[in-house]
Design a protein around this ligand. Sequence first.
Ligand SMILES: Cc1ncc(COP(=O)(O)O)c(C=O)c1O
Length: 310
Amino acid sequence: MPGFDEMDVETIWMDGEYVDWEDATVHVLTHALHYGTGIFEGARAYDTEQGTAIFRWDAHLDRLYDSAKPYELDIPFSRAELTEATLELLRRNELDSAYIRPLVYYGYHSLGVSPAECPTETMIATWPWGTYLGEEALQEGVEVTVSSWRKHASSQVPTNVKTTGLYVNSMLAGEEARKQGATEAILLNKEGDVAEGPGENIFLVRDGEIFTPGLAESILEGITRDTVITLAEERGYTVHDEASISRGELYTADELFFTGSAAEVTPIRKVDNVEIGSGSRGPITEELQQAYFDLTEQAADHEEWFTFVD
Ligand SMILES: Cc1ncc(COP(=O)(O)O)c(C=O)c1O
């Protein structure tokens, strides 16, 4: 995956100010750096036929404010202010399409575990980002391995929201998979049932019906998951969105695919070296992937899902 530099991210928004790349820094005693006490979002702006638009921005903002709740982070900016900052960043950085990363975190005051005295800091960055798992992955599908690391349980930390510190689990699982020659991992939950990918939700197709683990399976409440459920139901599919999926069902599925703002809709062609279905992108995966890309290219349906840069 390519790194980025000041050519890509000339301007970053920090606590109400537009700052240059080299000035977007924090103190090493920042609470979040030591304890992972931040919450964040990952959204995309698409270069649609109607102009550049942030996809499902309202849902991302909803989840950002929800993520703040368990940690008692008081986001000191309104939805309108965060929206205007993001739209302005897209304009200033001259981005037709982009990945968008808002982050809210406990800053520097003291380094006890309690952040009570720490300020809440907020930043937003935007940068160009192509396909997350590679262009070939969208066509051919990815190979994954089931991680030996379990997803943390929702009884241990809130898993439905997006917290920076929790991504050490994702990192361990993803790196383990890549050491085994796979592209990505699948994490089982504490009970041993299927949870999700390190940065993706997972869907399974069997006998023409669609299954995805429910929130009680310790998954992130993915926005692309919701988009794909909606698109599938609109096309007449039955979607079981509170499924409990055992590990064995992965290998015998007709089709499997990941969803995520970064990964979009990515087919899975092998799990632990076992071919899934025909061993390439399955027909229902292809149909839903096409529906997703048509939607984000054309912005012709679901107007309420697009926030345009004017
Ligand atoms: C752990 C995890 N699960 C699922 C997802 C997919 O969520 P979304 O579709 O909202 O990007 C992500 C990405 O944000 C993630 O990090």
